[in-house]
Design a protein around this ligand. Structure first.
Ligand SMILES: *[C@@H]1O[C@H](CO)[C@@H](O)[C@H](O)[C@H]1NC(C)=O
Ligand SMILES: *[C@@H]1O[C@H](CO)[C@@H](O)[C@H](O)[C@H]1NC(C)=O
Ligand SMILES: *[C@@H]1O[C@H](CO)[C@@H](O)[C@H](O)[C@H]1NC(C)=O
Length: 418
């Protein structure tokens, strides 16, 4: 059957040529692609198997991120905003009437990691909400410009009009929130509650879940400021005078005498610096004489953001206050080192200042906590943890949506592996 042999040979020869040509095309596409397209497609980290399990990928498929790098993106002199929304998967429509009717305000204080901020913002962004971004005065000009450029693409995202040089445990940290509040009460958005965040937070609840939680019987008319009467071992913070060395630290004034007791006979409470507050309470905090005097008194204390809100929220006359309140409220999932073995099973990432920087194996614990947000994430040290939570969160948001989903809202697409 020589003819058959010939046909077979020609076929194999053609196949060989085809494979060769295809390889060249493929290599050319891979190696000589434009830098932008390349960075957007080729350098995506794959999701780790632990994450695929949470991501509900169907059999024979896995998730593939569709955007990976933003180097250079926010340095262009002008930005095509609709292109940017789509490239970074921003959800630019309200996902339900329920959410539309209950706008939230957010205060986000940041100083570094543009990419982490973009990811946080797109996770909590909704067009009916309003976002005040406090960029640390000591951040680089490039960073500030990039945030400004990004914010410029949204009618409801703005930078705080007054910006502080924030010191860890200093009054500036509290002042930053207050600066944003002063801006937010002037906003045309009729927001109902304000929630504060830092750059290392990430949401666990969707916007819909936040809205429902804020309207639940327990919290509807109340501020959430988890904390208790100031314990003995925290008294030093408000008993002596401290002075903020800007951008550095907050030492006790040497040889200082004790501070005078707090004004208006206030009982000092101690808690987290995180809160959700009603609009009326914010107005009270900005305008009432009690709040103003207490703010002034707090200026030379240690870490006033951990006593200011929670103390005000125990005043009977403060709107939405909770005079018997304690640690209630699912404000944050945090793994403190001292709670290892009791409240959690250890940190799978690593501890910094006794707080866990989450690794990917912490994600199931975080999800089970069902808090509003989790803290802390670092995209530099444990990038897969944020990749994973982000994808999990977005899938949940899209599942809950009451409007048709736009293709660009997906952070990842399913690719066939069978
Ligand atoms: C996926 O595959 C496994 C093993 O083949 C099977 O047990 C499981 O039912 C499949 N799940 C779905 C959702 O098809
Ligand atoms: C911006 O991007 C969109 C979507 O890619 C495109 O349709 C539009 O023409 C662009 N606008 C400008 C001014 O380049
Ligand atoms: C606070 O607790 C005390 C004692 O448990 C109780 O008598 C009081 O009614 C409570 N006040 C409010 C406002 O719930």
């Amino acid at each position: 059957m020589p003819q058959m042999e010939d046909t077979k040979c020609s076929f194999l020869f053609c196949l060989g040529i085809c494979i060769f040509i295809c390889s060249i095309i493929y290599l050319k596409a891979t190696v000589f692609n434009t830098p932008r397209a390349q960075s957007r497609i080729l350098t995506c980290r794959p999701f780790l198997p632990q994450c695929e399990a949470l991501g509900h990928s169907r059999n024979g498929t896995r998730w593939q991120s569709t955007e990976c790098h933003l180097e250079g993106y926010f340095t262009a002199p002008v930005l095509n905003c609709s292109q940017m929304w789509s490239d970074f998967h921003f959800i630019t429509k309200a996902l339900s009437k329920e959410e539309e009717r209950y706008p939230l305000a957010f205060i986000i204080t940041i100083h570094k990691e543009l990419k982490t901020f973009v990811r946080l913002l797109r996770a909590i962004y909704a067009p009916q909400n309003v976002y005040c971004i406090h960029v640390d005065e000591k951040a680089s000009q490039d960073y500030k410009n990039s945030i400004q450029l990004l914010a410029g693409c949204f009618h409801n995202v703005f930078l705080a009009t007054v910006s502080e040089r924030v010191t860890y445990a200093g009054f500036s940290r509290l002042q930053a929130d207050i600066n944003c509040m002063s801006d937010l009460v002037k906003s045309s958005v009729r927001w109902r509650k304000v929630i504060n965040l830092c750059g290392q937070d990430f949401p666990i609840q969707s916007n819909l879940e936040l809205v429902r939680y804020m309207q639940s019987k327990e919290w509807r008319d109340r501020n959430m400021t988890p904390g208790v009467k100031q314990p003995k071992d925290k008294r030093y913070r408000t008993q002596f005078h401290y002075v903020e060395v800007q951008g550095s630290h907050v030492p006790k004034l040497v040889k200082s005498h004790r501070k005078s007791p707090p004004p208006h006979n206030l009982q000092i409470y101690f808690g987290t610096a995180y809160y959700s507050l009603t609009r009326d309470f914010v107005e009270f905090a900005l305008e009432s004489q009690v709040a103003k005097d207490f703010l002034e008194w707090s200026k030379d204390t240690f870490s006033p953001d951990e006593h200011y809100w929670v103390t005000l929220n125990h005043i009977k006359d403060a709107p939405g206050s909770h005079v018997n309140g304690s640690w209630e409220g699912a404000i944050r999932a945090i793994k403190w080192k001292e709670h290892e073995g009791s409240l959690h099973n250890g940190c799978k990432g690593h501890y910094i200042r006794d707080i866990c920087i989450y690794g990917i194996e912490d994600i199931p614990w975080i999800i089970n906590k069902q808090s509003m947000f989790a803290n802390k994430f670092e995209s530099e040290t444990f990038p897969e943890a944020l990749d994973c939570l982000e994808q999990w969160h977005r899938l949940k948001v899209l599942r809950q949506a009451a409007v048709p989903i736009e293709p660009s809202w997906h952070l990842a697409h399913e690719v066939d592996t069978s």
